[in-house]
Design a protein around this ligand. Structure first.
Ligand SMILES: Cc1cc2nc3c(=O)[nH]c(=O)nc-3n(C[C@H](O)[C@H](O)[C@H](O)COP(=O)(O)O)c2cc1C
Length: 168
């Protein structure tokens, strides 16, 4: 188990545009005794239903989606510039084909029922609040459909409550 300290979401110093868009994150969730994770760079943080929340979008085809759908809890793990190679791997290979966590040798601990990467610098421990598959009819800018969903599967949009922020 890593040496994290817990801070409140308001105390988070990092810019979320940089954190999510540039550093990327590992979305991790567990199903039974198995854990899987995938890299993501789309999402956000904010306030919804008077709660601190994060938003993520996961395509139907991702193995991680099965884990996220099976559990109430998940974690968003940020590593700074470290582990870029590992994050590229987690974003290219599917957990259906390889045990990505075992292959990278990265250690995962359980924190409040969510899998947390020991090597992360910042972790958002989250609880699912809302999940909805994007509906074609809801796109105001229809060009997004061609650009992002021509051949690829649709996303499901998740809003998750940030229950805990862990930092090193
Ligand atoms: C930088 C980067 C960002 C990504 N962002 C997302 C994302 O936001 N949502 C998504 O569904 N897939 C995203 N992916 C693709 C998944 O990480 C990739 O398909 C992964 O292999 C899925 O693994 P899994 O099948 O084990 O879940 C991203 C990949 C990379 C490299």
């Amino acid at each position: 188990m890593s040496n994290f300290k817990t801070i409140s979401p308001e105390e988070l110093q990092k810019n979320p545009f940089h954190l999510i868009g540039k550093e990327w994150m590992l979305i991790a969730a567990s199903k039974g005794d198995k854990t899987n994770a995938m890299t993501a760079s789309w999402g956000g943080v904010g306030i919804m239903w008077n709660k601190p929340v994060a938003y993520i979008a996961i395509r139907q085809t991702r193995y991680t989606k099965e884990f996220v759908d099976a559990s109430d809890k998940l974690s968003l793990n940020f590593f700074g510039e470290n582990f870029r190679k590992e994050l590229a791997y987690f974003g290219k290979v599917s957990g259906r084909d390889e045990d990505k966590i075992a292959k990278t040798g990265m250690k995962v601990s359980v924190n409040d029922d969510a899998p947390v990467f020991d090597d992360a610098e910042t972790v958002l421990v989250c609880r699912k609040l809302f999940a909805q598959r994007y509906d074609e009819n809801s796109f105001v800018d229809k060009s997004l459909l061609d650009t992002y969903y021509g051949k690829e599967s649709q996303h499901t949009f998740y809003i998750v409550e940030i229950e805990k922020v862990l930092v090193k």
